[in-house]
Every structure is written in C-alpha cells, then in structure tokens.
Write a protein that binds this ligand. Structure first.
Ligand code: AMP
Ligand code: ZN
Length: 113
C-alpha cells in the first residue's frame, strides 16, 4: 500500500520518533503548528475513524488513545495539550492513515470546539 505513514512505521521514510510500542508509533510533525507537535498513529493501516467502526480496528484505536497521555508525558506537556484528528475532506485530512495530532508547549490559539 502506498501510504506515507505506513512507510514511516516501516522505517522506509525517516521520522523523529517520540514513542513506540507494539501497536502505536509517535513522531514529530514535519511542519509543526506549536512548540510541541507530535503525531500518534496505529502501526496497522487504518484510514480514518470511520474505518475504526469495526471491532478489530476499534481495538487498534483504543491502543492509540491509551498511548496519547504517555506521549504527552514524554513531551513534558504538564500544563496541558490539545488532541486533534482530522477526518475526510471537510475535516482537512491530508494523510489517509488515521493520526492524532498532539499540540502543546504554549497556550494554544483558536478553539473550534
Ligand atoms: P492531516 O492534515 O491531519 O492529515 O495531518 C497530516 C500531517 O502530517 C501534517 O501536519 C503534516 O505536516 C504531517 N506530515 C506530512 N509528512 C510528514 C513526514 N514525512 N513526517 C512527519 N510529519 C509529516
Ligand atoms: Zn498507512
């Protein structure tokens, strides 16, 4: 499958790793929107949260969600952070492998929700 984030998980494209376990990989966003901007992804290719609607992928999603606070702690985000996932065209998703942005390291601007 021609997927940028699968290639990152496989080591075919370099990345700045922040965290890794059996199911999850986290790395620095190449174009950061905050002092800390990390992407947390499942190692398994799952396109988006709609693709998580079956049980097998739901389990993968749970692993990612459990990893997020660990990643935040590793990044010393003791004063809080924001987690964003963009889904589909309207959500502005550019990479079709589900990912959660962790943003922090400053008081974040523009709250949409
Ligand atoms: P999204 O727009 O929600 O699909 O997020 C995709 C994110 O992937 C963007 O924030 C990009 O900056 C980031 N990105 C794209 N290519 C790379 C890469 N090679 N390494 C790290 N982050 C990347
Ligand atoms: Zn993928």
């Amino acid at each position: 499958m021609d997927c940028l984030f699968c290639k990152i998980v496989n080591g075919d494209i370099p990345s700045a790793k922040v965290y890794e376990d059996e199911y999850v990989y986290a790395f620095k966003d190449i174009n950061p929107n905050a002092p800390v901007h990390v992407l947390v992804i499942p190692k398994k290719h799952v396109a988006d949260s709609i693709d998580c609607a079956n049980c097998e992928n739901a389990e993968v999603l749970t692993k990612v969600l459990l990893a997020i606070p660990k990643v935040a702690a590793l990044c010393n985000l003791t004063n809080g952070y924001r987690v964003i996932t963009n889904v589909g065209e309207d959500g502005g998703q550019t990479v079709k492998h589900i990912h959660f942005h962790i943003l922090g390291g400053e008081k974040l601007p523009v709250k949409l929700a």
